[in-house]
Structure formats: structure tokens, C-alpha cells
Design a protein around this ligand. Structure first.
Ligand SMILES: C=CC1=C(C)c2cc3[nH]c(cc4nc(cc5[nH]c(cc1n2)c(C)c5CCC(=O)O)C(CCC(=O)O)=C4C)c(C)c3C=C
Ligand SMILES: [Fe+2]
Ligand SMILES: [Fe+2]
Length: 343
């Protein structure tokens, strides 16, 4: 009798979210998240003091109030959209060859739990897919780091494939384009804003190969020299999507949201771009947020509510967010293809 072939394990990992909207759970989540040295990249003692003496006490109650605006009967959207993605992926993959687990980098379900599920199924190979289209040390890099921290304790470490970036995948672009076309139907937008999650500028510079990135026009081209530069990856994502959707260059604006703390973050800042657009008399804006593959606090509350209020208060008339990929069928096909092409 021949031995059955071992399955390939797939681990989908998103950022993380609190277990509930109680301030204590939000504080626990923020502590774990922000104590990650890849997220707040300052010396440990300074980070510990900043998080425990300033951020956890003051930010946690404010963030808890924000999470209450977002929470649904199914809990946090980031979590249930990732669960839905996993369920649809399972339907599309051959069950004799694949087992799929899902995890959050911070809080639950943990990466430890996801990897334990795959190990229990005695997989022969693991494919880790951090659900971040653009590589950043604070997101993708941190997932890779955590998986290696756990795998390093195993006697047998199977072959592990890490997916670092998928901005050029044709089905990723098609999934966004489908959602964009739908949002554009019956509307004539003045501007298309591409708002990406921000990063401290020093993290962009640290992530630069050699001294390539100067945070200037260097990020306007994308090549093997700057393939891990977060800013260049974001601009490239916009160019590819704009091309697919046939958007005129002069109608496109890139910007970066979710700034935290006083250090300079990658520019231009979304709130400043909104002021500029309003001052130019722009009235109708469609917003894409393609650093996120699932709707979450940063899209549903920050972009679709807070930035909309800011734009309207400054005279804007229509501010619309394109919903995220969530468990869109073309996006599920994209994940299936990324997995199968690496098996
Ligand atoms: C798209 C990838 C992300 C990168 C890169 C990233 C970097 C990063 N984030 C913070 C601080 C916060 N981010 C918060 C929420 C949040 N961040 C991402 C993704 C990236 N972050 C997502 C998907 C979410 C939403 C989570 C959800 O539950 O819906 C938060 C928490 C919310 C809040 O209090 O505002 C913080 C804080 C830093 C400092 C950073 C890189 C240095
Ligand atoms: Fe974040
Ligand atoms: Fe650059």
C-alpha cells in the first residue's frame, strides 16, 4: 500500500482585533500590538514606558469607543471577513490536498493555534499568507517573524513558504476593479483618492535596500531595487488599479492615513489631502483603501465616517468608500491561485 501524500497547510493571517469592545480587551490588544518591536521600533525600555504609561491608559478607552461604532452581531468585521474568506477558500481547494487555518497576528485566534491545527493534520508543507498586499516590516514582516519564532521550537520544521506581497496579482487587481466599477456606476467623480495605512518615515527608510529610498520621487517607480519599499508598493498599486479602471492621472491622489504619535509618518497625510481637495473646490470623491483586504476600523470608521465628516464640513458633497475585498469571489480565486501556484 502506498503512503498517502501529506497535505499542504495554508495559514491566512490578518492583523488582529480586540476580543470585545470592553476597554480592558482593547487595552490588552493594543499592548500586544504596540509592544511588537516591528510596530513601535524604538528601544524596549522606551517602548514599554510609552505603551504602558501613555498609550494603554489614554488610547484604550478612546479606541474602545471607536470599536463600538464598528462592532456587529458577528463581532469585529476584520475577524468575520477573514473567517468568511477561509470558509470560501476551503470550498474551492481540493480537500485531499489542502487544509486551511486562519489566525490573527495579535489576540485571537492566535498564530500558535492556527499552526497547531496544521501540525495536527500532519501537513508536509505550510504556506503562510499575511493578508497585507504591500510588504511592511510592521505587518507582513511581523507575521513572518512570529511564525518563525514558533516553528523554531519544533523538532521537524516542514517546508514553509512565506508570501510577502501580492500587489501585481491579476486577480487581486481584478477584484478591486470589480468593486471600483460598481461604485462608479451612475456617478461622475471629480477625484479618486487612494488612502493607504501609514508608517513612520523611519520605517520606510530602514526598509530601503541600500540607500535607494529618499522618500521622494524614487517611490514613483517600482523595480527589483525597491520592491520592499512600502511607499513605492503603494504608489505601484494605485498605478495598476488606475490603469485597469481607466482613471485619468490628474484625477488620482495617493495619501496615508492612521498616523500615531508625533514622529513624522509617510506623506501626504490623508487629512491634509482632504483640506487641499476641498480648497480646490472638489465635490465628489471616491476612495479606495487597498492596503486592507477586509473592512475594519481603519476603513469603516476612519475613512468612511471620520474623513467623510471632515470633507463635508469643508464643503465637499459626496465622499464614498469602495468596500474592501472581504470575501469577494474574485479575491477568493486570487488566494486560491496564490496557494496552488506555490504548492
Ligand atoms: C495595512 C497594514 C498595516 C500596517 C502596515 C500597520 C501599521 C501600523 N499600525 C499602527 C497602529 C494601529 N493600527 C491599528 C489598526 C489597524 N491597523 C491595520 C493594518 C496595518 N497597520 C488594521 C487592519 C487595523 C484595524 C484593526 C481592526 O480591529 O479593525 C490600531 C488600532 C486601532 C486604533 O486604536 O486606532 C493602531 C493603534 C502602527 C503604529 C503601525 C506601524 C508602525
Ligand atoms: Fe495599523
Ligand atoms: Fe523611495
Amino acid at each position: 500500500m502506498t503512503k498517502p501524500t501529506a497535505k499542504t497547510g495554508v495559514l491566512l493571517v490578518n492583523l488582529g482585533t480586540p476580543d470585545s469592545t470592553q476597554t480592558s480587551d482593547v487595552r490588552k490588544y493594543l499592548r500586544e500590538f504596540l509592544m511588537d518591536g516591528r510596530v513601535i521600533d524604538i528601544p524596549f525600555v522606551n517602548r514599554w514606558m510609552l505603551i504602558n504609561l501613555i498609550i494603554a491608559p489614554t488610547r484604550a478607552p478612546k479606541s474602545a469607543a471607536e470599536y463600538r461604532k464598528l462592532w456587529t452581531e458577528r463581532g469585529s468585521p476584520l475577524l468575520f471577513h477573514t473567517e468568511d474568506l477561509k470558509a470560501k477558500l476551503i470550498q474551492k481547494l481540493d480537500p485531499d490536498n489542502y487544509i486551511v487555518a486562519m489566525a490573527m497576528r495579535y489576540q485571537n485566534p492566535s498564530i500558535e493555534k492556527g499552526l497547531a491545527e496544521l501540525r495536527a493534520a500532519e501537513v508536509g508543507k505550510i504556506i503562510v499568507l499575511p493578508l497585507f498586499p504591500q510588504y511592511a516590516s510592521a505587518s507582513t514582516g511581523s507575521v513572518h517573524d512570529k511564525v518563525m519564532e514558533i516553528a523554531r521550537t519544533w523538532q521537524i520544521i516542514p517546508e514553509i513558504t512565506f508570501i510577502s506581497n501580492f500587489i501585481e496579482h491579476p486577480l487581486f487587481l481584478e477584484a478591486w476593479a470589480e468593486l471600483g466599477r460598481k461604485a462608479m456606476q451612475g456617478h461622475d467623480y471629480d477625484k479618486f483618492v487612494f488612502s493607504y495605512h501609514g508608517l513612520p518615515e523611519r520605517q520606510i527608510l530602514k526598509g530601503s535596500v541600500g540607500e535607494h529610498c529618499q522618500l521622494g520621487t524614487c517611490c514613483d517607480t517600482y523595480s527589483s531595487k525597491n520592491q520592499y519599499c512600502y511607499r513605492a508598493q503603494c504608489f505601484h498599486t494605485t498605478r495598476l488599479l488606475a490603469e485597469k479602471l481607466g482613471l485619468a492621472k490628474e484625477k488620482i491622489t495617493n495619501c496615508f492615513q492612521s498616523r500615531l504619535g508625533k514622529d513624522p509618518w509617510v506623506k501626504p497625510y490623508t487629512d491634509e489631502v482632504i483640506k487641499e481637495l476641498a480648497a480646490e473646490g472638489v465635490k465628489k470623491v471616491l476612495v479606495f483603501s487597498p492596503a486592507f483586504v477586509a473592512d475594519c476600523l481603519e476603513t469603516t470608521v476612519e475613512v468612511a465616517q471620520e474623513y467623510k465628516e471632515q470633507f463635508e464640513a469643508l464643503g465637499g458633497e459626496h465622499w464614498e468608500l469602495v468596500p474592501s475585498l472581504n470575501s469577494n469571489d474574485t479575491w477568493v480565486d486570487c488566494v486560491k491561485d496564490m496557494v496552488e501556484s506555490r504548492s
